[in-house]
Design a protein around this ligand. Structure first.
Ligand SMILES: Nc1ncnc2c1ncn2[C@@H]1O[C@H](COP(=O)(O)OP(=O)(O)OP(=O)(O)O)[C@@H](O)[C@H]1O
Ligand SMILES: Nc1nc2c(c(=O)[nH]1)N=C(CO)CN2
Length: 156
C-alpha cells in the first residue's frame, strides 16, 4: 500500500541505521502477483543479503522496529500492507520457535523470494530444501516481473 518503492527504499536504508548489520547485496525489484490473501494489487519484492553479528532474535527485533517505523499497516493475513520484512534464512540455522522460524517456512514455495535471492547469490542454498536455483523450477508458474525502472539504491 502507498508509495511502494519509496517505502521499500526507506526500509532498506533504515535496516542499516544501527550497528551490527552490514549490507552485502540488494536484489532487483520484482513486481509480483499476490500469493494468498484477499483480492489485491501486485506487491513489490526485494531480497537483501547482509552480514550480521546480531543473534537471530535481535535481528528479528531490528526488522520489526523498521516495520513499526514505517507504520506498517496490514488489514488481513496475507492482505495488503505498507511493508513486510521477513527473515528468509540466517546462515544454515534451522529452528521452529514460533516467533522466529528459520528458514522462513514458506520461502521454498515463493517465486517472489527465490528469484531475487538467486539474483543476489546464484549459489544460495535454502536450509532443508536445497539449491535456490533448483527450487525455482517448482515455482515457474508464479507471475513475477523484474522492474528495473523501480530499482533501489543499494544501502551505503
Ligand atoms: N522467519 C521469520 N521472519 C519474520 N517473522 C517471522 C519469522 N518466523 C516467524 N515469524 C513471526 O511471524 C510474525 C509475522 O507474521 P506476519 O503476520 O507478518 O506474516 P506475514 O509476513 O504476513 O506472512 P508470511 O509469514 O506467510 O510471510 C511475527 O510476529 C514473527 O514473530
Ligand atoms: N506477491 C507477494 N505475495 C505475498 C507476499 C509478498 O511479499 N509478495 N507476502 C505475503 C505474506 O508475507 C503473502 N503474499
Amino acid at each position: 500500500m502507498g508509495d511502494r518503492r519509496a517505502i521499500l527504499q526507506g526500509a532498506v536504508d533504515a535496516l542499516f541505521d544501527a550497528p551490527g548489520l552490514e549490507p552485502v547485496a540488494l536484489s532487483p525489484v520484482y513486481e509480483t502477483a499476490p500469493v494468498g490473501g484477499p483480492e489485491q494489487g501486485p506487491f513489490l519484492n526485494v531480497v537483501l543479503l547482509a552480514d550480521t553479528e546480531l543473534p537471530p532474535i535481535e535481528l528479528l527485533e531490528r526488522v520489526q522496529s523498521v516495520e513499526e517505523a514505517f507504520e506498517r499497516v496490514r488489514e488481513a493475513r496475507w492482505g495488503p500492507r505498507t511493508l513486510d520484512v521477513d527473515i528468509v534464512a540466517y546462515g544454515s540455522r534451522r529452528g521452529g520457535d514460533p516467533d522466529l522460524t528459520l528458514p522462513h517456512p514458506r520461502a521454498h514455495e515463493r517465486a517472489f523470494v527465490l528469484r531475487p535471492w538467486a539474483d543476489t547469490d546464484p549459489d544460495a542454498v535454502l536450509p532443508g530444501h536445497g539449491a535456490v536455483a533448483d527450487l525455482l523450477a517448482g515455482v515457474a508458474g508464479q507471475e513475477i516481473r523484474r522492474r528495473d525502472d523501480l530499482a533501489l539504491q543499494p544501502p551505503l
